[in-house]
Write a protein of this length. Structure first.
Length: 314
């Protein structure tokens, strides 16, 4: 039997066309409701470093998307629309309370699409290095481009990931991702790294890679042909905080600057010396920025998402 994962909250499951796993990190029941939405290949653990800071004043949950973390794919699809439908169903399953979606990378795009498609369900957005398409993305690290090109070709992507699984342990896999995503992976809390390794060890990596490929291909299509998605994102009118690491090699800072130019009412904060995962690499700074936004520009979103009880998740 696999050892239990480190506890950063209560592990819960709700039904949305199948089981959906979430981590309940606690916080005041009548506080603003924050839902963490991880990125491509991520999980609920991506929020485990910043969660304790946010749960001092907010009710904090972190959901696993289709085929990621502890949420099985089942009959659902692990593309962007499938992830968005899961988030929509999850919000309904926990009581239909408007939430502030906190999305990183692909999860930022999923959160933004949910806000545009079902605005009544989303009180506000906190987008952390989001994979939002722009008319001109900017410079992306060649290693990242090569990975997406390999994964985009049917058959080739499957063989590539199969060979990578064969050659790497769970710990090597986690550290490889952190090395790419972080400017300095050594500052990610050791217990958080260990939790990611433990989750990877107990997961079916082949099934996880299948969901990763479906998600990556869906994301690549949007990035390559952004027109329709950009039109959808223009409908967002919820208060929004945009946070971006200035050393992100996956989503260039220039893309965030262009997105902010298109949405000048969004608050825009740059994380200095940080890569693609500020909530893991600089959790104290990230938590302070989010808390300040909730008290100022995001106070309306905080009020709208507060004061209503969730359904019993126990």
């Amino acid at each position: 039997m696999s050892p239990p994962l480190p506890a950063y909250g209560r592990s819960q499951t709700v039904e949305v066309d199948g089981p959906v796993h979430c981590l309940d990190m606690g916080g005041p029941e009548d506080g603003p409701l924050l839902i963490g939405v991880h990125g491509l290949g991520g999980s609920h653990l991506n929020w485990s470093a910043v969660g304790p800071r946010l749960s001092q004043s907010c009710r904090v949950l972190a959901v696993d998307l289709v085929g990621h973390g502890l949420t099985p794919r089942g009959t659902r699809t692990a593309d962007l629309e499938g992830h968005r439908r899961l988030v929509s169903g999850f919000l309904q399953a926990i009581g239909g309370r408007p939430a502030i979606l906190v999305g990183n990378s692909m999860g930022g795009l999923v959160a933004a699409l949910q806000a545009a498609e079902e605005p009544a369900s989303v009180a506000g957005l906190i987008l952390i290095d989001p994979a939002l398409p722009t008319a001109r993305l900017g410079l992306v690290h060649p290693r990242v481009i090569a990975n997406f090109l390999l994964c985009s070709v049917p058959g080739v992507g499957e063989r590539y990931l199969s060979e990578r699984r064969r050659r790497t342990t769970a710990e090597q896999s986690v550290r490889r991702v952190l090395d790419v995503c972080c400017a300095d992976a050594s500052v990610v809390p050791a217990d958080v790294v260990a939790a990611h390794v433990a989750l990877t060890e107990r997961s079916d990596r082949a099934r996880g890679d299948a969901s990763y490929l479906r998600s990556a291909r869906s994301l690549a299509r949007v990035m390559a042909n952004p027109t329709a998605t950009l039109a959808t994102l223009q409908r967002i009118d919820q208060p929004t905080l945009l946070v971006h690491g200035d050393r992100d090699v996956l989503m260039p800072l220039a893309s965030a600057r262009r997105m902010h130019s298109a949405h000048p009412d969004w608050r825009f904060e740059v994380a200095p010396g940080v890569g693609h995962l500020p909530m893991l690499e600089a959790p104290a700074w990230t938590g302070d920025v989010i808390t300040d936004w909730l008290s100022h520009e995001g106070s309306g979103a905080a009020a709208r998402s507060s004061g209503q009880h969730l359904v019993d998740l126990s």
